[in-house]
Design a protein around this ligand. Sequence first.
Ligand code: FAD
Ligand code: GLY
Length: 387
Amino acid sequence: MGDGPSSPDVPARPDVSPNPDVIIVGGGIIGLSTAWQLLQEGTEAVVLDPAPGTGASHAAAGMLAPIHEAYWGESHILRLNLAASQAWPAFADKIGVDAVDYRRHGMLMAAYDADDKALLDNLGDLHEQEGLPVERLRSRECRAREPLLAPGVRGGVYSPLDHQVNPRRVVAELLSRVPAIAASATEVSRNRVVADDGRVMTCQQVVVAAGAWTGRLLGVPIRPIKGQILRLSGPEGLLRLPVRGVVRGSSVYAVPRSDGEIVVGATQEEQGFDTRVTAGGVYELLRDVLALLPGLSEIDLVETWAGLRPGAPDNAPIIGTGEDGIVYATGHYRNGILTAPVTAAAVAAVVQGHEPPVDLAPFSPNRFDAKPGDHTPDPEHLSEVPA
Ligand code: FAD
Ligand code: GLY
């Protein structure tokens, strides 16, 4: 990975039950949120992960952006993302709004040139068709909302519903509330997990939330989609709003935190499990973000990083019980921070046999030709898990 910290701050964790009801394989934001939800509902859950919180959740910018992440042909994902957006205020309240830097300023999407404006107009048509609350803005109106934008921007879209959070803080807060075992699962079935330290654990239900590594462990078609991302640091309030830009056809975003950090992302690369930060990746991000927000050129570049988004062939998450009896919570691709609260509530409902808060049919693990259970675990898997 990049030159950032090798792992987030990990506070002391609660004790691990010797007989948990549920074992969750994977301690990213999805596994941790699910464990926390189950614990709150009185179900004993434990997370198994050799390096919790260091996967995609450590890379993420933290946009909670159902509208700016809306794409043609993905209405079912949009509905899930909107439900997640509605779940966030209560979720943040419970963890601590300031502790996780949950901010509700809305988000601005800006077009750099005329062709980029045509792309944005096309997205605006989608927003209109879906009845989403957005404001289409002229160049001057964009700069009135975000004065740091380059004078040449052609126009934009403001979305009041798109919010943001600091994912590293969310993960650290969840880790302090959830019991976790530092080991890697090598064999998994509905109610049994074998770990690389030799321990064999049984429970009533295993949940697999192993992010991009899920496809290496079990037979679901999840692949890693690499994202390189930068962290800049400047005066607090330098950038008022999260800005997503289309710059000569490329997408770039800048997300300001309360403490002056600005997260700039992200590349989208099919490179397998490679997490190298490359000169080309950093160049492209800086080129595009400085074209859009030239005032950022003077502030410090404090971290470069790369993470692996877990992606399914149809870009939708995988949530529910597989034909192998394992409950899956993976494939959250570009929106796992956004969808963590609603995924956690849905998985808890599946485990406890209640009606989930959202329709899970489009997200079934059994919707693909290769079904869970068709696959033999990859012996190379362990060397691929982040350490
Ligand atoms: P991860 O966080 O990757 O966690 C998976 C965990 O499983 C890891 O901790 C790993 O150690 C563990 N694991 C793997 N194999 C095993 C095993 N065999 N045994 C035990 N544990 C195992 N989403 C948003 O909503 N908003 C954003 O702004 C955003 N920005 C992003 C920017 C970048 C650059 C990237 C890469 C992603 C971004 N995402 C964003 C997507 C989001 O980060 C992911 O969808 C989300 O973090 C997935 O969470 P997860 O818990 O499934 O996976
Ligand atoms: N959702 C932003 C990203 O995945 O880069």
